[in-house]
Design a protein around this ligand. Structure first.
Ligand code: PBG
Length: 329
């Protein structure tokens, strides 16, 4: 007689929706999400962005409305990107007290106080005539240390304008330490830093560059400062360096092609881990759904939940408003 042994029956826990909800390991909520917003200088009405369907370049007034509505929907964190009216060699708009992001931060802080976490992307690519994330040397390469001086000024300008969080995205070596020192030196020791620590030279930022009107001079790229997507271990070097320099939170970007990196980072740090579901990731869902090839809501929920499951505590996503309004939880 053969011995009877218990057969594992995982399907027992999949029998009803209520049962599946009970045993779900990962729960995605509006508290996890940060909405990226573009604010453009000198426009009166929001302008659509063709390659980012449903996302707009906001006017000063419309971004105020949007953040209030997001807060009412439960999205309590936003990250601002500026589109200046004019650009120059050093990206002055990034640190000018009257630069568009600084103006918008003051408005939002007046409107909402501390109800919403106001984050400011800290970089100069939106503001430079050449489209690079830093200051160029005589040979057209980005000069790391001269760029750090500009980042320090931008951090103080953002904090002065009311940012709760500065989020350096330029991938310059030493940027977090220099920004921490500048903030502390100017009396902003409570302003936090969300470091874009593991940011890859990805092909998925295309629609974002339309959103901020950035073209890299001479058809160049960012491979001299952003990470090579063949590398994963290198991300841990970047993350540990940023934490040592004072990063309060670290980020992996993009998200879906780098779930292994999110998971590896989560395993070694105890600070909050963010992931950026970037423009190309969003637009691919929108385009395929518009063609009737995928179910938008199902794929969008699956993608965001996968990023959380991989280990992200915080997700920056253009889907934030949609999720708050519609998602199946
Ligand atoms: C740089 C920056 C970029 C994004 C966020 N910050 C673009 C880049 O590195 O070229 C991309 C975000 C997205 O694609 O949604 N300031």
């Amino acid at each position: 007689m053969t011995a009877r042994f218990p057969v594992s029956r995982p399907r027992r826990l999949r029998t009803t929706q209520a049962m599946r909800d009970l045993v779900a390991e990962t729960r995605l909520g509006v508290d996890d999400l940060v909405a990226p917003l573009f604010v453009r200088e000198g426009i009166d009405e929001p302008l659509p962005i063709t390659s980012l369907p449903g996302v707009v370049q906001h006017s000063r007034a419309s971004v105020r409305r949007e953040v209030r509505e997001l807060a009412d929907l439960g999205i309590k964190s936003v990250i601002l990107f500026g589109v200046p009216a004019t650009k120059d060699e050093v990206g002055s708009g990034a640190f000018d007290p009257n630069g568009i992001v600084q103006v918008a931060l003051r408005d939002l802080r007046d409107d909402l106080g501390d109800r919403v976490v106001l984050m400011a992307d800290l970089c100069v690519d939106e503001y430079t005539s050449h489209g690079h994330c830093g200051i160029l040397d005589g040979h057209g390469s980005v000069d790391n240390d001269r760029t750090l001086e500009v980042y320090a000024k931008a951090a103080v300008a953002q904090a002065t304008a009311g940012a709760h969080v500065c989020a350096p995205s330029g991938m310059m070596d030493g940027q977090v330490g220099v920004i921490r020192d500048a903030l502390d030196g100017a009396g902003f020791s409570s302003t936090a830093i969300l470091a874009y620590s593991a940011k890859y030279a990805s092909g998925l930022y295309g629609p974002f560059r339309d959103a901020v009107d950035v073209q890299i001079i001479g058809g160049g790229d960012r491979k001299g400062y952003q990470q090579d997507w063949r590398n994963a271990r290198e991300s841990l070097v970047e993350v540990m360096a940023d934490i040592e320099q004072g990063a309060d939170m670290v980020m992996v970007k993009p998200a879906l092609s780098y779930l292994d990196v999110i998971s590896a980072v989560r395993a070694v740090v105890d600070v909050p881990v963010a992931a950026y579901h970037v423009s190309g990731e969003y637009s691919m869902i929108k385009a395929a759904a518009a063609n009737g090839w995928i179910d938008h809501d199902a794929v969008a929920t699956e993608h965001l939940t996968s990023i959380k499951r991989a280990g992200a505590d915080i997700i920056l996503t253009y889907l934030a408003r949609w999720y708050a309004e519609n998602a199946r939880r």
